[in-house]
Ligand binder design. Structure first.
Ligand code: M6R
Length: 613
């Protein structure tokens, strides 16, 4: 999704802005732009369709001087990706430049009204409406740019993070947010802004997370000032950023995705650190501090999107099995418009890697309005979802840059397993010994994942056989039905091969019609109580000429004899098997995508954090 960077200080802004844009590339975008205010107060705006590298090439012969600037990567929502629709957008006289992340829902009405007052529009974007509205208010009332911005933001409906510069006020940078993230980095005599902390990390570790309806006024030589849209001063909470530059780099791997897949033994170690006591008890502070809520809850509703939704499906089985509590799993995007029956006594668990997914945020707000207690499972510390929930647990897997979620998925499932054990103990449905056994299993996950990663070379070889197929089917049962969904999502999003996940037994109710020698099926078939049934599903595929790639527990024989390829993973407790089975699925998707020459870390059309509806 769009990325914003801004700088006001004593250094040249351009290199800082460009570096920041590169750091934000992982979010997904289709064009980029920059606005710089020169020493002579001239506002230079350069924009280009394509990558940040294209923008840099475009700027090679241009004046990029100035110590105040804003920059943007755009992920098209209103209007196609082209130079004109790229940000920054500007007013008729070219004195105001604005970058925006989010969507202005009432932009059409506002644009019509502005056109009636003589405004001419160059682009198809909602963002240009906002900058023209600010300019119009300023011109028609004679108020300051800041007051006009406040006024305009009160008129727009929708989500925004914005940064604005005005050549008539050359020492000021204005930033504001509502439902779209914006972070301010406070340095020595310089201030940075970013859609997330990644553009700021090499300059400062002091950050302020702007809250909804807040406006930051960054003025040269003055301390940061934050006010609300209705002009009241806001409390400024400067926090310490715990993020290193190394975490944002590839560390010798060709892609972030591969680095993140191989990081998983360590990320799961980080995820469980301090949460398993004496090797037998699970302690999550979010549960510990809210025992009453969890002990008396009559059901749990999980809301999430994409990969996080798949983790939620595994969480459902874990919680139902270990804590005997009914669980419903909803797509956040559907939940928010379904007039859901939730209220006091219900616990809503929101799962989100980024903590910024617009649909999940809206689902949380709705659940809270209706009186439910909301628990967040997030990765990004200080994210909107982490702040909007009553309590929760961070997965602590470090920044995930590859668009395809890998280490966040295994972290989410690990947290859900710890949560289910903790709830089972609290509600008396899990004996101490049974809890201790699963706790030991959770502790062994880093080693089991290291072991599972050893199949990398053989998966790479296998991937060459399947690079050019057009469709894939992924099947699994029980705990590994969601793993099948996740495997299919990984493949489709980075290789653009159509892939479907299904519960294995459902195959006979429809998808079996597709099976022929051109449709390979991946079976996730570790040893569990449904193993024999999955074997008969494999036979059904083989009988119809379909190729089978099976993920099996090491030492398994029956499937090895009938499948075309078997990938062995180490034995793990069944309820934790999705975490181990996910590893070869991530590798399979990765290698096929690389062999197809895809942009693995930034697949087309996708954004890392989906901050629009
Ligand atoms: O940040 P979130 O976990 O809320 O994101 C949800 C989905 O957008 C995300 O999982 C998406 O499906 C990934 N690209 C999957 O790899």
């Amino acid at each position: 999704m769009c990325g914003i960077v801004g700088y006001l200080g004593h250094r040249d802004a351009y290199p800082i802005l460009i570096k920041g844009l590169h750091r934000l590339e992982y979010r997904g975008y289709d064009s980029a732009g920059v606005a710089l205010l020169t020493a002579g107060d001239k506002l230079n705006i350069y924009k280009s369709r394509g990558k940040v590298d294209d923008l840099e090439r475009f700027c090679e012969s241009k004046d990029v001087s100035g110590t105040l600037g804003i920059a943007h990567t755009r992920w098209a929502t209103h209007g196609e990706p082209n130079d004109i629709n790229a940000h920054p957008h500007f007013n008729a006289s070219g004195s105001l430049a604005l970058v925006h992340n989010g969507t202005i829902e009432n932009y059409a009405v506002l644009r019509e009204a502005l056109e009636r007052h003589g405004c001419l529009f160059r682009s198809d974007t909602d963002t240009e409406v906002l900058v023209q509205l600010i300019d119009y208010i300023r011109r028609s009332t004679g108020c300051s740019t800041l007051d006009a911005t406040r006024e305009a933001l009160r008129e727009v409906v929708g989500a925004y993070a914005i940064a604005l510069i005005d050549s008539d006020d050359p020492d000021c940078l204005i930033a504001a947010r509502k439902s779209s993230p914006l972070v301010i980095g406070v340095g020595e005599g310089e201030t940075f802004i970013g859609s997330d902390a990644s553009p700021l990390v090499e300059f400062t570790n002091k950050v302020v997370y702007l809250k909804d309806d807040e406006i930051a006024i960054i003025r040269r030589g003055e301390p940061l000032q934050v006010i609300t849209n209705d002009n009241r001063p806001s409390q400024i909470d400067i926090q310490e950023l715990r993020l290193s530059v190394a975490q944002l780099e590839k560390g010798g791997y060709p892609h972030f995705m591969l680095k993140e897949i191989f990081e998983q033994p360590q990320t799961i170690r980080d995820c469980i650190r301090g949460r398993i006591i004496d090797g037998r008890r699970v302690q999550l502070s979010g549960i510990q501090d809210n025992q009453e809520q969890f002990a008396s809850a009559s059901r749990i509703v999980i809301v999430a999107c994409g990969t996080s939704w798949h983790a939620g499906l595994i969480g459902k089985r874990l919680i139902q099995e270990l804590a005997n509590l009914p669980v419903q799993v909803e797509y956040a995007s559907e939940f928010r418009y379904s007039n859901p029956v939730v209220g006091p006594g219900d616990i809503v668990i929101a799962i989100s890697q980024s903590g910024e997914t617009a649909d999940t945020l809206a689902a949380i707000k709705l659940a809270r309005e209706r009186g439910a207690f909301v628990y967040g499972i997030c990765n990004v510390v200080g994210s909107s979802i982490a702040r909007e929930t009553n309590t929760g647990t961070y997965i602590h897997v470090g920044p995930e840059i590859g668009v395809a979620s890998t280490k966040a998925f295994t972290g989410q499932v690990t947290v859900l397993a710890m949560l289910a054990v903790s709830l089972g103990c609290l509600r008396g449905t899990l004996s101490d010994d049974a809890a201790a056994e699963i706790a030991r299993g959770i502790q062994s996950l880093p080693d089991l994942i290291s072991d599972a990663l050893s199949v990398n070379d053989s998966i790479k070889t296998l991937s060459a056989t399947y690079t050019y197929v057009h469709n894939f089917l992924y099947l699994g049962r029980g705990y590994n039905y969601p793993t099948a969904l996740e495997g299919a999502l990984k493949l489709k999003e980075i290789s653009y091969i159509h892939a479907e996940g299904y519960p294995a037994a459902e195959m006979k109710h429809g998808p079996i019609a597709l099976i022929d020698n051109e449709l390979p099926t991946v079976f996730i078939a570790p040893a569990d109580e449904l193993h024999e049934k999955v074997i008969s599903n494999i036979r059904q595929v083989k009988a119809r000429g379909g190729a089978v790639i099976a993920i099996v527990t090491r030492g398994e024989r029956s499937i090895t004899e009938i499948a075309d390829h078997t990938i062995e993973i180490p034995a793990a407790p069944v309820c934790l098997s999705p975490i181990i089975a996910a590893i070869p699925l991530q590798l399979l998707a990765y290698h096929i995508a690389v062999m197809k020459g895809r942009d693995v870390d930034m697949p087309r059309n996708l954004a890392k954090s989906v901050t629009v509806e």
